[in-house]
Design a protein around this ligand. Structure first.
Ligand SMILES: [Cu+2]
Length: 232
């Protein structure tokens, strides 16, 4: 198992623009936010990240703001507790989706015996523009007219953590024989099918940390949104 562990106490400098972008994303994720509130207090309404929380004190991860911190829909607004840091652990699979053009998939070989298609293959799109970078692949129609379209992605590709959390990412090589993954500010590593490569770091700065696969751009990419702590 080719595992790396990268501990870093200082993340790449996240620019102010990233912080602003993060605030916008948070605001868009949460319904009913009163825009007049301090943007620093725009936090989750009973919102919890999708990763595994290893702390036993999950409820203290967020603090309920003062009694007047109720939005127009009556929801209680909570903010990241500045005194609480939590371990967050995520398993990120490398995935590709295949769009096959007939139900009984054809063999991708013109000289091989073919499975009889259950229905005729769809016609390939005319003048389809596919981004370069390796993340998309279209297989031309074979002798029975079958073709397919492939799209690579990370699953999950959107993560949310709190500033100060210790974040552990396990990248799992499932589909796609070979990936070269960079987690911004953390490092770059190769990932092959059957490997799990782990990186750990402390999310010191609010903002966005991107992770990408250089072999499958532009669609094999993800973001870690680091929510800012607030002074209550
Ligand atoms: Cu890849």
């Amino acid at each position: 198992m080719n595992q790396k562990k990268i501990i870093t106490s200082k993340k790449a400098q996240l620019m102010a623009v990233a912080v602003i972008a993060a605030s916008i994303v948070v605001a868009s994720m949460i319904s009913g936010i009163n825009n007049s509130q301090n943007i620093q207090k725009v936090m989750a309404e009973e919102f919890y990240p999708s990763g595994t929380t290893t702390s036993t004190e999950t409820t203290s991860e967020y603090k309920t703001l003062s009694a007047d911190s109720i939005n127009s829909k009556g929801a209680i607004i909570k903010a990241v507790n500045p005194d609480q840091t939590t371990n967050k652990e995520f398993w990120i699979n490398t995935v590709h989706f295949d769009g096959l053009t007939n139900i009984n998939a054809a063999v991708k070989c013109d000289t091989c015996p073919q499975n009889p298609p259950i229905h005729p293959a769809e016609q390939p799109p005319v003048n389809s523009t596919i981004p370069t970078g390796g993340g998309f692949k279209i297989t031309e129609p074979n002798k029975v007219g079958a073709w397919d379209f492939r799209s690579f992605t990370f699953s999950p590709s959107q993560l949310v953590v709190n500033q100060g959390d210790k974040v552990t990412l396990h990248f799992v090589g499932v589909q796609g024989a070979h990936h070269v993954v960079t987690v911004d500010g953390i490092g770059t590593f190769e990932l092959k099918r059957g490997q799990i490569n782990t990186v750990s770091f402390v999310a010191n700065n609010p903002g966005i940390i991107n992770y990408v696969c250089h072999v499958h751009l532009p669609n094999m990419s993800g973001q870690i949104l680091v929510l800012p702590k607030v002074n209550l």
